[in-house]
Design a protein around this ligand. Sequence first.
Ligand SMILES: C[S@@+](CC[C@H](N)C(=O)[O-])C[C@H]1O[C@@H](n2cnc3c(N)ncnc32)[C@H](O)[C@@H]1O
Length: 226
Amino acid sequence: MFDEIANRYDFLNHTLSCFQDILWRRNCCRELRRMHPGKRLLDLCGGTGDFAVTYEKFNGKPDVAVLGDFSYGMLKGSAGKKMSAAPVQLDAMKMPFADGSFDVILNGFGMRNLPDAEAGLKESARVLDEGGFLQVLEFFSPRGTFNKFFYKRLAPLFIPVLGAFFSKRDAYEYLVNSVLRFLPVDEFVALAEKNGFELVHVKPCFWGVAFRVLLRRKPKAAGSVK
Ligand SMILES: C[S@@+](CC[C@H](N)C(=O)[O-])C[C@H]1O[C@@H](n2cnc3c(N)ncnc32)[C@H](O)[C@@H]1O
């Protein structure tokens, strides 16, 4: 599915979010700068690489930078962007990296797309070094009245229509449904805490349409990941 929408992905991402996604990624990267993380970066489920590009803008060139994604088409969409991350086709639930290989993992709108978010969290905990950061930017299952109204009533009216016009209707119907099927943010945080992370903070974006969830890898002995 992502291969099929790759050529219009960035354009629709910005259009459907009224360019808010750019701001959200910037805020994530600014937050990470304040944490003084190490210099090995993985942009996981990184698609066309916008998160890695933004990260480099705010945090300088990493020593090691990988853009990891399942979809060859999405990775191809990163060609020509100003970043040093090397594209690697991979499965976020079973990565070809040694334990503790990275200091920062970015995951923008990827967790919701994994068949097993817990497996993705466990695997992220494995490849992160102790004290490393996982920055998740995601649309979580809506809880409040405004967000329920937005995702259940408004979004199904306009997102698939714009998707059909510029790209593929199915993919944008899937987007709305995948949000409704995903975990609410508090349950996601609990799952992360069960799988080797401690919470740094949760910040709503645009009144909770999306959330930035910053997690830190616990020392291995204290984590529950084997
Ligand atoms: C909504 S896009 C997000 C792209 C980018 N991170 C962004 O911020 O715009 C979700 C990405 O997750 C990738 N993905 C889905 N399942 C995956 C998996 N099991 N392993 C790695 N990437 C996966 C898709 O190929 C897609 O590029």
